[in-house]
Design a protein around this ligand. Structure first.
Ligand code: HEM
Length: 334
């Protein structure tokens, strides 16, 4: 993780010195993609990041249409939408299959997540997963493991740039930690950087990357006076919950320190990573990743909106992305 962020730091230096703005979401996608690939698959697909982003955007558009459609058509029907969905999915499958095949031809499973998937055995039958099962698991991590994080980090930089007081505090705290430790001792300083988690959480509260999730009722029940029958689908929206004044003080205000005052501690009221048995398996990974990104980049740079007065509207696809490109200047901190 550390070397991925340090490489990215060098790229940002070029933007800072060249005086060119960046498209924050596109850069965060590139960074998070590199992160998940190197850590989970010991692989580098950074040259293909634009192509991958295009396929994932196509999946997002398709899934959103489908989720909100009154009568979704079966996926096997050769409609225009179904065809572009399959094209994007096949392309991502192929990219991940290349990674799996490369590993198999190396003759060793390796000691990363891909290696674990390839070598794991069913405890009862002793059988290994088929290659297509391994690919399906790997594709899940490949997609879920970078798109959500990139969305969260883009909103974090946007919201921080709109909140000069918080930004100043973050920079002062980062400087404080780095004045005692070297960047090469990143592992040693992770605990010192915990305060950065509040920035991630507050950004995720205001703009939850997964803004709605679904559950099917396993039995007849009643929630807050609403009768729900077995088999019915219930939508749970962190986006709505995170603005509820019963849970949050001044919910429209970006205030990372609210978590220090106990807000957000009810895990069934604040559930940006889901809750219960199907909750996110990557939440700890994301928190650590965000901490490193905010710390290493924050030590050297300040990101400023090219149009500081512009309000970025969220676009509710599968994830809650900024509707328009978030263009930012990379300024060296003096
Ligand atoms: C800001 C970052 C992230 C957010 C906001 C997020 C959010 C979520 C949420 C809300 C769920 C539950 C969905 C539901 O209830 O139906 C979920 C599930 C999942 N997430 Fe994440 N996630 C993030 C990062 C990651 C990362 C980095 C990984 C992989 C390394 C990951 C892998 C998964 C997987 C595999 C599931 C499905 C778990 C299951 O069904 O058992 N996520 N995530």
């Amino acid at each position: 993780m550390q070397s991925v962020v340090l490489n990215f730091h060098d790229d940002m230096m070029e933007f800072a010195e060249g005086g060119k703005p960046i498209d924050m979401f596109s850069q965060m996608l590139r960074l998070a993609l590199d992160m998940i690939n190197r850590t989970m698959f010991s692989n580098d697909v950074s040259q293909r990041h634009l192509e991958i982003a295009e396929h994932i955007y196509a999946l997002n558009v398709f899934m959103k249409k489908r989720n909100f459609s009154v009568l979704p058509l079966p996926v096997w029907m050769p409609t225009k939408d179904n065809r572009s969905f399959k094209k994007a999915l096949n392309a991502l499958d192929e990219i991940v299959m290349e990674i799996v095949e490369k590993r198999l031809s190396s003759g060793e499973f390796g000691d990363d997540l891909l290696g674990m998937l390839l070598s794991s055995k069913d405890p009862e039958t002793g059988e290994r997963m088929s290659i297509s099962q391994v690919r399906a698991e790997a594709v899940t991590i490949f997609i879920t493991g970078h798109e959500t994080t990139a969305t969260a980090m883009t909103w974090a930089y946007y919201l921080l740039s709109k909140s000069p007081g918080s930004l100043k505090e973050v920079h002062a705290s980062i400087d404080d930690v780095f004045s005692q430790l070297e960047i090469s001792d990143m592992t040693g300083m992770l605990d010192e950087l915990k305060f950065l988690d509040d920035i991630l959480m507050e950004s995720i509260r205001m703009r939850p990357p997964i803004y709605v999730t679904y559950r099917r009722a396993s039995k007849d029940t009643e929630i807050c006076g609403y009768k729900i029958k077995k088999g019915e689908s219930v939508h749970l929206s962190p986006y709505i919950m995170n603005k509820d004044q019963r849970c949050w003080t001044a919910p429209e205000t970006f205030n990372p320190s609210r978590f220090q005052n106990g807000e957000g501690s009810n895990k069934f009221a604040f559930f940006p990573f889901g809750a219960g048995p199907r909750s996110c398996i990557g939440s700890h990974f994301t928190i650590l990743e965000a901490r490193m990104i905010l710390a290493i980049l924050g030590r050297s740079f300040q990101f400023e909106l090219v149009s500081p007065d512009e309000e970025m509207e969220p676009e509710p696809l599968v994830t809650l992305k900024p509707r328009d490109p978030v263009m930012m200047w990379v300024k060296k901190r003096v």
